[in-house]
Design a protein around this ligand. Structure first.
Ligand SMILES: [Zn+2]
Length: 249
């Protein structure tokens, strides 16, 4: 099993990944660290879903869900004051409510540090890229389906075809779910991190090792580009921004 497969499987159900994934976890330090972060996020979400909700919320959600998907059995797992979601089952419930999860994440105030200086934030982003360095090596373009799925997970809609994407996956950046893309250019791979739940200060920073890091504000949240200085990051950025739309909640 490679790192990409591992991360896909771990996002589906981190607590029951199967033997192959467990083996990979033992052998791969990068995935091990990633997995620890993922479990932390799981715990946060679990806590978030244990928060008391208005009495009629379950009824409202159930009604809406029934209208949308008639007869879906997952609908029965709804948290109310009398019916606290069992830890193992919460995920089933959560699957259909990614939007709710991101609202909770924001209201809990676990936002990315917005006050750090550009050098610090740039370093954090570069570390993230290095941490997932295998993503820079991939050469085959991902399918548009894969790309759309990755972006949808963070409430971003694809408006136009975005070519040249060789990696698309969701990962955690400082505890916030992000879309992590890699685009291959003639001058090297560019990493694009879309973070609708993190307000990063906009900056354009060149690090000592000729890596350029740029952050820009989206309609909601931030976008970061990390790539070699030789790459025309502005062009990549414009191409990305014109092909996606951040959905407002
Ligand atoms: Zn990542």
């Amino acid at each position: 099993m490679n790192c990409m497969e591992f991360r896909r499987i771990s996002l589906e159900d981190p607590q029951h990944m199967g033997d192959e994934a467990d083996q990979h976890l033992e052998q791969c330090t990068a995935c091990h660290t990633y997995y620890r972060g993922l479990l932390q996020q799981e715990r946060l979400l679990e806590k978030a879903f244990a928060i008391e909700v208005p009495d009629d919320l379950a009824a409202r959600v159930t009604l809406r869900q029934r209208l949308e998907e008639q007869g879906d059995s997952a609908v029965t797992m709804l948290p109310t004051r009398d019916n606290v979601v069992a830890p193992v089952k919460w995920r089933k419930w959560a699957t259909g409510f990614a939007l709710a999860a991101s609202i909770v994440a924001v209201t809990l105030g676990i936002n990315l540090r917005t006050q750090g200086n550009p050098a610090q934030i740039a370093q954090m982003l570069v570390d993230h890229v290095e941490h997932e360095a295998y993503t820079l090596q991939l050469q085959d373009a991902v399918t548009q389906g894969r790309l759309a799925y990755t972006l949808n997970n963070v409430d971003i809609e694809t408006l136009a075809h975005l070519g040249g994407v060789t990696f698309a996956g969701n990962c955690l950046i400082e505890g916030q779910l992000a879309a992590h893309l890699v685009v291959q250019t003639e001058s090297g791979p560019v990493t694009i991190l879309m973070m609708p739940n993190s307000e990063l200060r906009p900056f354009d920073y060149s690090s000592a090792d000729a890596t350029r890091v740029q952050t820009v504000a989206l309609e909601r949240g931030s976008l970061a580009l990390i790539g070699p200085e030789a790459v025309d990051l502005d062009r990549v950025r414009e191409r990305v921004i014109s092909s996606v739309r951040v959905l407002r909640i």
